[in-house]
Design a protein around this ligand. Structure first.
Ligand code: IMP
Ligand code: MG
Length: 183
């Protein structure tokens, strides 16, 4: 395993992003919506750095990808979503990879009549996007590698790590497989 981002680097950058978000949303009815489960660590740290009053909510998203690279079906649960009507919504996820998850969730939340809707990700994986979608905010741009820690998982493990590490083929012989879902 190779460390990509230390806990210190993450906490400094998350604080910086929180300060920027506080400035951007000051005086606005902000609701931060996290995508379960990958965003929980990022969300918990980030909201404590957004020094303006705001609410939080969650959506649960699981994708099931078939053997073909085109097949991807997203299952979404909105049971923990508060009313977003007239709110400034910031949708938060751990990582932007193909972009399919956030593109679909953004469309779904847009139908709930928010006053505004933006997205923020901890990690923007460079060069893997398959749909025309970009997050409004990102903490780090990273190379195309499979990473875990700080909420990100492999088969639901490693989320608790305080840093972010690259899982290499020698760490897991089955690394060529997609991570299992739900995530
Ligand atoms: P997307 O729809 O392809 O953008 O996928 C986003 C989801 O895939 C994230 O919420 C993660 O759960 C998962 N994912 C993508 N890349 C990684 C990675 O490098 N490590 C762990 N999970 C990942
Ligand atoms: Mg996830």
């Amino acid at each position: 395993m190779k460390q990509l981002l230390s806990a210190d680097q993450i906490s400094r950058r998350v604080a910086e992003l929180g300060t920027q978000l506080a400035a951007d949303y000051r005086g606005r009815p902000l609701t931060v919506v996290g995508v379960l489960s990958g965003s929980v660590v990022f969300l918990a740290d980030l909201i404590r750095c957004i020094d303006v009053p705001h609410q939080i909510g969650f959506v649960e998203a699981s994708s099931y990808r078939g053997r073909t690279t085109t097949g991807s079906e997203l299952t979404v649960s909105v049971d923990r979503l508060p009313d977003l009507t007239g709110r400034d919504v910031l949708l938060i996820d751990d990582i932007l990879d193909t972009g399919r998850t956030l593109a679909s969730l953004k469309a779904l939340l847009a139908a709930r009549h928010p006053a505004s809707l933006r997205t923020a990700v901890l990690l923007w994986k460079d060069g893997t996007q398959q749909v025309d979608f970009m997050a409004d905010y990102h903490a780090f741009r990273i190379p195309n590698a499979f990473v875990v820690g700080y909420g990100l998982d492999y088969n639901n493990d490693y989320r608790h790590r305080p840093d972010i590490v690259i899982l290499e083929p020698q760490d897991l012989p089955s690394i060529g497989l997609r991570p299992s879902r739900p995530d």
